[in-house]
Ligand binder design. Structure first.
Ligand SMILES: *Cc1c(COP(=O)(O)O)cnc(C)c1O
Length: 409
């Protein structure tokens, strides 16, 4: 076998790139056939020179826009200083990030990891250990309650409590210790809690399920119930948090605070993967040296960028923008309901457009929009998800709406 030193991609077309991916990359995604080579703000450009508006923002990891200069400046400066120390030594970005992020969350301690799934795994370990050490649950008996149609990541343990068979098929045996209740159903949660229940893990809005907003008052009732029964309320704000919903955290819409936040995606400014578990001293205090870790977790490059993300969020600028433009777009989108669009739901700049089954799958409309110069992604067959970078302007929102109207009206 002859091995080329590297692929010369300077003159390759989009189709040639896609062929390479088809042949050499595992087929664990079904992407729209667009090959991006550069991006700025809400716009991306493909290898064939065509421009598209990005209405997905990497599942909200790019909340602050592609090529955000403030974030890039911090990243560039940190690249020249130090990028990785491991936690075997301290670095001068970790302490400041933990302090600033804890304060942003109104919490006391932070455990940094890299991906969202790792943050969720860490939250599960936290809750279990808290259950044994603080709540007094008998060893090996801890139960965590999750919701139907949840999405919390892709590890073996996390898919153990997924209700989406396509995430699970062929990956067993699964991790025990989880129970599923219907999302938005407070009575079902009340009925499922027993003396060994350590946590309730929930998305304040279910993202991958199709931007499912729970009934008003649900999260407030969850808060009350969890406090009464001494169960940790874990809010997975990996996708809903950090500005997306028009507030720093989606859960603020009901004026409550969880016991544990899991954060990720936008925390790394679309530049570095960084995630975190944020909680109280009582809860995160269960970790002792050697009990958990990550080689890249808390690395100074990611921490420096995340510090800037926290600083940007502290101004409230993007939250306000998402709230205002979100309402503006929501009102316009609501006018699209008719033969093809059954329902539009969402909060802030995050929308699910429910496409009628009779109008065909949502992917068909995502492909039509791609031809119109706009990128968005279907989820769960009948839902189109819109989540533009929060830097989008009113003119750009109007531009996007015109395309949506053309395709969906
Ligand atoms: C994306 C997501 C995750 C997983 O994050 P990864 O970085 O892909 O591992 C977990 N929870 C929620 C709510 C998410 O949207």
């Amino acid at each position: 076998m002859t091995v080329q030193a590297s692929v010369d991609c300077s003159a390759m077309t989009g189709n040639e790139h896609i062929e390479l991916v088809e042949k050499y990359a595992a087929h664990n995604y079904h992407p729209l056939p667009v090959v991006v080579k550069s991006a700025k703000g809400v716009w991306v450009e493909d290898v064939d020179g065509k421009k598209y508006m990005d209405m997905l923002a990497a599942y909200s990891a790019v909340n602050f826009g592609h090529g955000n200069e403030e974030l890039l400046d911090v990243a560039r400066a940190q690249l020249d200083k130090v990028t990785l120390t491991s936690r075997a030594f301290h670095n001068d970005q970790l302490g400041p990030l933990c302090t600033e992020l804890a304060e942003l969350c109104g919490m006391e301690m932070v455990l940094p990891m890299n991906t969202g799934a790792e943050a969720v795994e860490t939250a599960i370990k936290t809750a279990r250990r808290w259950g044994y050490k603080v709540k007094g649950v008998p060893e090996g008996k801890a139960k965590i309650i999750c919701c139907s149609e949840n999405f919390h990541g892709r590890t073996t343990t996390i898919v153990s409590f997924s209700t989406d068979e396509s995430c699970r098929e062929g990956f067993g045996p699964f991790t025990p210790g989880f129970e599923i209740v219907p999302y938005g159903d407070i009575d079902a949660l009340r009925g499922a809690i027993d003396e060994n229940t350590v946590a309730f893990l929930v998305e304040p809005i279910q993202g991958e399920a199709g931007i499912i907003v729970p009934p008003a008052g649900y999260l407030e009732q969850v808060r009350q119930l969890c406090t009464e029964r001494k169960v940790l309320f874990i809010a997975d704000e990996i996708q809903s948090g950090l500005g997306r919903c028009g507030t720093t955290f989606c859960i603020e819409h009901e004026g409550v605070r969880p016991d544990i936040f899991t954060l990720g995606k936008a925390l790394g400014g679309g530049i570095m993967p960084i995630s975190a578990v944020v909680s109280s001293r009582e809860i995160l205090g269960v970790f002792t040296p050697g009990s958990h870790g990550s080689t890249f977790g808390g690395n100074p490059l990611a921490c420096a960028i995340a510090r800037k993300v926290v600083e940007i969020l502290k101004t409230g600028k993007y939250q306000d923008h998402a709230k205002q433009l979100g309402q503006y777009l929501f009102d316009k989108l609501s006018g699209l309901t008719g033969d093809k669009v059954e329902l539009v739901r969402g909060r802030g700049l995050w929308f699910g457009i429910q496409v009628a089954a009779s109008a065909g799958p949502a992917r068909k409309y995502c492909e039509m929009l791609r031809d119109e110069g706009m990128l968005c992604k279907d989820t769960h067959a009948q839902v189109m998800r819109l989540a533009p970078p929060l830097t989008i302007s009113k003119d750009e929102v109007d531009w996007a709406f015109d395309r949506l109207q053309k395709v969906l009206a």
